[in-house]
Ligand binder design. Structure first.
Ligand code: PMP
Length: 437
């Protein structure tokens, strides 16, 4: 490899573009909606990232969620090293899988956990399972909710798809899209109408526990309980996507803000991100009755060469077992301080905005102070053009924000006062840049 000449982000990006489509393995990394040169990271420690030019940034992406404890937490690193020493993978069952499944089942009310490698696989398998259990075909999803890039779930998805403003994706057949019914988030009447018309053919409703891929969108009071009720009423399953929010929004994820409070549980849970501690691991989970429809016990097929990889299981187990009350208190403290600083800086410059929150997660939407963001339409109608100059100013000041306004901001338990202060110091100039846009 001729990596010695790739000592700038520009040179690294040029080299990547010559051999990787767009130079990236996930579109949002290309900085398409914020412009400028994507940063190529060379390392990370605690709340900080270091790029190939040796510049340090406070990390407000945290690998898009997994780094709950910050980068290079000693307990996670030790567990991973020990797992590596035992072997990278065996293609057999290992003790690590059972241990992580037990840990998850101790934190949220699930009886069986099946590990896969990505959130996409978790939700894709959850749909197949729901169809297998109910013998029905249709899936209901919300516009702006992102559940990974499997065909049927790319209808009106958020995240990178929202950024690119694509209706879905080329290559998704009409047949795949036609079995997905898309409804506006927070719209009870639309859901009642869809279930009234198609109820007997709906296998499942899939929702993010709290939508975070069109920016954060807070469920209206009682909305998630309504989802539980309407699915049960029509014999459909409720698929609860906690890939992003799980063990991050609160100690019990987005469920900690709704079902746990109101005393209900979804039928199939999807996890990812935090449960892999930065390594590729995800899962679907639920009652034994539902989960036992999966092969080898049941007729719904699912498999994976790398599923339950022991190194990934070790990283996830070390992360989740370290995630005690003090960790979530630290996360909330850092999140509150950054959010309050953001509001103060934007207010000082008269930048119209609203903040949407879900426990330790939040996001900003410009030009939305009147109504906030209730659904995908509101998210798309915001003054998104203010984000690029805001982002670039923060980056220049050494703060790495999500390179899209349609994403949540992520902190970690390692974001101490010094790291938070660097963010607070950077915000006034960025707010000025947003105001001038
Ligand atoms: N569901 C949600 C809610 C997500 O946020 C994501 C990824 N951001 C996914 C599913 C897909 O996960 P992955 O990228 O691991 O495939």
């Amino acid at each position: 490899m001729t990596t010695s000449t790739r000592t700038t982000n520009a040179a690294a990006f040029a080299a990547a573009q010559a051999v990787i489509p767009g130079g990236v393995d996930s579109p949002v990394r290309a900085f398409g909606s914020v412009g400028g040169t994507p940063r190529f990271m060379a390392g990370a420690r605690g709340p900080y990232l270091t790029d190939v030019e040796g510049r340090e940034y406070v990390d407000l992406v945290c690998s898009w969620g997994p780094m709950l404890l910050g980068h290079g937490h000693p307990e996670v690193t030790e567990a991973v090293h020990a797992a590596v020493d035992r072997g990278l993978g065996f293609g057999t069952s290992t003790l690590e899988e059972t241990a992580l499944a037990e840990l998850i089942a101790a934190k949220v009310p699930v009886e069986r956990v099946r590990f896969v490698s990505t959130g996409t696989e978790a939700t894709m398998t959850a749909l197949r399972l729901a169809r297998g259990v109910t013998g029905r075909n249709l899936i209901v999803k919300f516009a702006g909710c992102y559940h990974g890039h499997s065909d049927g779930l790319l209808a009106a998805a958020g995240s990178g798809v929202a950024t690119a403003a694509l209706p879905g994706s080329a290559g998704v057949t009409e047949a795949a899209a036609s079995e997905t019914l898309v409804v506006d988030y927070n719209d009870r009447d639309a859901l009642e109408a869809v279930f009234a018309e198609h109820g007997e053919r709906i296998a499942a409703l899939i929702t993010e526990a709290v939508p975070c891929n069109m920016g954060v969108v807070e469920p209206a009071e009682g909305f998630n309980a309504f989802l539980r009720e309407i699915t049960a009423r029509h014999g459909a399953l409720l698929i609860w996507d906690e890939v992003l929010t799980g063990f991050r929004a609160t100690a019990t994820g987005g469920w900690g803000l709704s079902g746990q409070v109101d005393g209900w549980t979804p039928d199939i849970w999807c996890f990812g991100k935090v449960i892999g501690g930065g390594m590729p691991a995800a899962a679907l989970a639920g009652s034994a009755e539902i989960m036992n429809h999966l092969a080898p016990l049941g007729p719904v097929y699912q498999a994976g060469t790398l599923s339950g990889n022991p190194v990934a299981m070790a990283a996830g187990h070390a992360t989740l077992s370290r995630a005690d009350d003090a960790v979530y208190a630290a996360l909330q403290r850092a999140s509150d301080a950054v959010r309050e600083g953001l509001v103060a800086a934007l207010d000082a410059e008269g930048v119209d905005h609203s903040i949407q929150r879900a426990g330790t997660l939040f996001s900003v939407a410009f030009g939305t102070s009147g109504t906030g963001v209730r659904d995908y339409r509101d998210a798309q109608a915001q003054e998104a053009f203010r984000y690029a100059p805001f982002f670039q100013s923060m980056l220049e000041s050494g703060v790495y924000l999500p390179p899209s306004v349609f994403e949540a901001w992520f902190v970690s338990a390692a974001h101490d006062d010094a790291a938070v202060q660097r963010v607070l110091d950077a915000l006034p100039a960025a707010a000025k840049a947003a105001a001038a846009a």
